[in-house]
Structure formats: structure tokens, C-alpha cells
Design a protein around this ligand. Sequence first.
Ligand SMILES: Cc1ncc(C[n+]2csc(CCOP(=O)(O)OP(=O)(O)O)c2C)c(N)n1
Length: 375
Amino acid sequence: MKGSQFKQPMLEFSGSCAGCAETAYARLVTQLFGDRMYISNATGCSSIWGGPGATSPYCTNKEGHGPAWSNSLFEDNAEHGLGMYTAQKFIREGLAEKVREVMEKTVCEERKAVCAKYLETMNDGEANKAATAALVANLEANVCCDTVKEILDNKEYLCKKSVWIFGGDGWAYDIGFGGVDHVLASNEDVNIFVFDTEVYSNTGGQASKASNIGQVAQFAAAGKEVKKKSLAEIAMSYGYVYVAQIAMGANPAQTIKAIAEAEAYNGPSLIIGYAPCEMHSIKGGMMHCQDEMKKAVECGYWNMFRFDPSKETGKFTLDSKAPKDGYQEFLRNEARYSRLIREFPDRAEELFARNEAAAKERYEHLLKLVELYKD
Ligand SMILES: Cc1ncc(C[n+]2csc(CCOP(=O)(O)OP(=O)(O)O)c2C)c(N)n1
């Protein structure tokens, strides 16, 4: 907590709904990596509060560093983010060549050492940030040749970037899924963050593959028939993708841990953050957003876990405790579910029971994964 909450957020004054869970997650990511962060954003709520016309809620710190942000389309965001990553990787590799050249030619021991440190830490975010600062200070003190000048002309690209691909569940589970899958399979060092509101929030609440059984949404007026897709497990099946499910209001420490691990992992990462939304019509309103996440985890509606391929043993960690009672109360506390009782009481009972049964089955399955990945 100390390493994040005393740090300056580089996301301020967004135009999101009050209590929005998406901004709470994004803000936290900027506190951790904002000064060396690239964001590729899918169209959706996060591109609207994240990039309203003519202004930007993303800002810089006092050194003038802040996230670089861009939105391409709804359907190609993952590919767009991979492009951002590949472009900076290509530029950095060219710069590394030049740094190597300077290191080999120079007779100054100190310059040799800062060059070596930079090259050594190329893939380690925080260490490379410090090494880049030392390298730039050393080179600026004596611009002795054209190679040094060329490095300095591109100094903003030197430091390892933290590349994030943001978007909602409509993007990640449905319309942009092909791209998400392709980018995860690329084995490149990018981080995908899904704000899972379980509906297409920005266009008025259409059902997505993240919506759950009995949930009333547009195109699911009588409650969705089938269960939520397990995007996390699809990603885990690759074996080399870091995957986590988080819920900030239920366990902030697990949230921070997952974000930090995903970023440090030298390969593709997928984080799915549970994001209660205005569209859920939670009793008492969105001031209860973070509490609602806690309730969701306690009753087993949402599960928190982490799958870390870099671990030798125990790759899968289940961070949720065994569910307590209160599942049906949880569903009935949100009008996206409870309105089905008014309209189709019998069907509501049946679908809500199926929703709970699916959650129980899912938890049992997650326990088996812990066993499976033990050794
Ligand atoms: C190809 C395409 N289809 C539809 C849209 C319209 N559209 C823009 S945002 C959006 C909903 C986004 O929902 P989601 O990805 O869940 O993000 P949220 O708004 O919930 O954060 C849709 C359908 C579009 N921009 N492009």
C-alpha cells in the first residue's frame, strides 16, 4: 500500500459516473507505472472518461512524465496496443545498439559502467528507469560524438515502457476477442486489463459473454440463459500468459500484487477486474461500489486468483476464501437481477438457482486447479 497510495496518480478529474470502478483500477495502475506507461484503449466507457474531446484526465507528474494514451477502434484495440509495444521495442533495440557502440568506444570507465547497467536492465522496468536516468545524465554531461547525440535525441524512448491495453468486457470477451487472443499468444511483454462490468456499459447495457445467468440486459430482457465465459481460463490454457482475476474492494492488497506481478512478468498478461457499474443498479447507489465487490467475493459470485507461469511450483493461487452464505441476497441487491423477479418470478427463481449452482461448480473447479498446478 505504501508503494502505491503515497504516489501521485496520473489520472485525475475524469468524467466517469460517480463511484465508477473502472477509474479506480486505472488510477491505481498509473500510481504504479504512470511515468513510463503506454495505454492503448478500446472504445467504451474507459475511452470516454479516459479521452473526452479536447481534454485528458491523464496527466503528468512534476518531472513531466505521464502515460501516453491512444484509442484506435473498439474491435482492434489489442492489436493496436501490440503495435505500440512493437514500435517502441524496435526503437529501443536500435538505441541499445548505439549504447553498445558508445560503451565499446569510450575510454571513460564511468561511461562504460552506465552503458553496461542500461543494457543489463533493458527488460526490468524499475531498474531500467534508474539506469536510464544515470545514462542520460552521463551522456548529457559530454556529448562527444554523433552517436551520443542520436541517443539523446531519442531519450524518451530509452526507458523500458509499461504497455497496457485497457477495455471493457464487450471488447475483450466478444468483439475484440480475436485480437485479445492473438496478442496473448504473441508472447510479447504487454499487459491487458479488462474492466469487467458484465455488460456493454457505454452503449446502454447490452449483454456480453461476461454477463451471467439470470442477469437482465439489453438482448437478454428475460434474463441471460447461459453462464459467463471463463476468459481467464482460455488465457491460462496457453501456459505462458500471466492471468489474474481481482476485485479491489474485496482485497486491495491482492489487486496491487496482481498488477505488480503482471507488469513484472516478461510476457503477455491478462488482468480481469470486477467492476460494479451504474448499469447494475445496486441498492443504495454507486457509493457502495467497493463494498459490492467485497460482497461479490464473499458469497462466491466473483473469484480472485492469480496464475503465474514464471513460478516453478504453485503457479495457480486461489485468493478467494470458500464462499459464505448470502448468494441469493447478493443477486437480489442489484436491480439487474431483481427486476427479473417482478417480471418473471418463476423464471427468476430457476435462473438464480442455476447462477448459484454454476458459481459453486466454478469454485470447486478452481480448487482443483490449485491441486493441478501444485508441483
Ligand atoms: C465495431 C464496433 N461495434 C460497436 C461499437 C459501438 N460501441 C462503442 S463502445 C461500445 C460498448 C463497449 O462496451 P465494453 O467493451 O463492455 O466497455 P464498457 O463501456 O463497459 O467499459 C460499443 C458497442 C463500436 N464503436 N465499434
